[in-house]
Design a protein around this ligand. Structure first.
Ligand code: DGY
Length: 325
């Protein structure tokens, strides 16, 4: 029964089962078409709602929050990354922010491995040979990639997703290395057979594959800048399923074009949907449209998390997945 009569605005179409459940529970405004809200629509939403359910495609910055109405008390993000929300300003205005950690860890780690394999084993090139009908049969020298087993994988950001990538990569025989703000507890590090690098520069210089798995924050913006990217081995491959802003995309594109790094598998981009044509045209690059968490199961579970966060808040408690700035 919709007891709370909280007014909830959801900014994007969500899986049907999630929308149905939210409708049962709350006084909700859902989106008719599957496009992001305009800035004007978002402004209206924060003015009138008690609870906003945004996604990564909405920019909830200080200017937008300045126009928030007194009713707005919770931003229950549908997604784990909250770099599109000014959490500090929200907090100053007494607005809580929650996210959906945990439920998309495995899916994102799977996608990281998919990109890693796609680039190192040249899967898109093989696909295109088959689709074009140009296959001339098996040949000893055709489409040779690199063996994944034995390679050094450097994971940048060893949180939930980084650790899930490490588990998978170990099963492929890779050697696991990582850099993280904080070193893992010895028992966790031992369990993953992971080598910790305090110096990111030194790790970057020695890896065969670098995987970005840290969130985008002011301190991780362009963590892989032009200077650091230049430290990579020319045979190395870059994979990013986290946020594009962690890599200086222009510098990376220049290096990929010049063959100063061997390849890249990217699910995310520095400027959102604006992917540079230079990057799109490169044969040693596999590009995906931000689909790391795109499984039926994951997207339902993200919805369940959003609902639990709202329900708990409505019952007078802190949402279990509250994000603290
Ligand atoms: C996440 O959950 O952060 C995904 O990248 C989509 O927002």
């Amino acid at each position: 029964m919709p007891s709370e009569r909280l007014s909830v605005v959801v900014t994007r179409r969500l899986p049907e089962a999630v929308e149905t459940r939210i409708k049962e529970l709350f006084d909700v405004r859902l989106r008719d078409d599957d496009t992001p809200m305009t800035r004007a629509e978002l402004s209206e939403a924060v003015k009138t709602a008690d609870i906003l359910v945004p996604t990564v495609t909405d920019t909830i910055d200080a200017a937008l929050l300045a126009g928030a109405g007194p009713r707005l008390k919770l931003i229950a993000n549908y997604g784990v990354g909250v770099d599109h929300i000014d959490v500090a300003t929200a907090r100053q205005r007494g607005i809580l922010v929650s996210n959906t950690p945990g439920v998309l860890t495995d899916d994102t780690a799977d996608m990281t491995m998919a990109l890693l394999l796609a680039v190192t084993r040249r899967i898109p090139e093989g696909l295109s040979v088959m689709q074009s009908g140009e296959w001339g049969g098996w040949a000893p020298t055709a489409l040779l990639g690199g063996r994944v087993g034995g390679r050094r994988l450097g994971i940048l950001g060893m949180g939930r997703i980084g650790q899930a990538v490490a588990q998978r990569a170990r099963a492929f025989g890779m050697q696991i290395h990582y850099h993280n703000r904080r070193r893992l507890r010895p028992e966790v590090e031992d369990g993953l057979e992971a080598t910790y690098w305090e110096s990111l520069d030194q790790m970057v210089a020695r890896m065969d594959v670098l995987s970005v798995n840290c969130p985008h924050t002011p301190s991780t913006f362009h963590l892989l800048n032009a200077r650091r990217l230049k430290l990579m081995k020319p045979s190395a491959v870059l994979v990013n399923t986290s946020r594009g802003e962690v890599i200086d995309e222009n510098a990376m594109t220049r290096m990929l074009k010049a063959g100063d790094i061997a390849g890249a598998g990217l699910d995310v981009y520095e400027h959102g949907m604006e992917v540079s044509p230079d990057l799109q045209g490169l044969p040693n690059v596999v590009l995906l449209p931000h689909m790391g968490s795109a499984t039926q199961e994951g997207r339902l579970e993200m919805g369940e998390k959003v609902i639990i966060n709202i329900k708990t808040f409505a019952d007078g408690h802190r949402p279990p997945d509250q994000v603290v700035p």
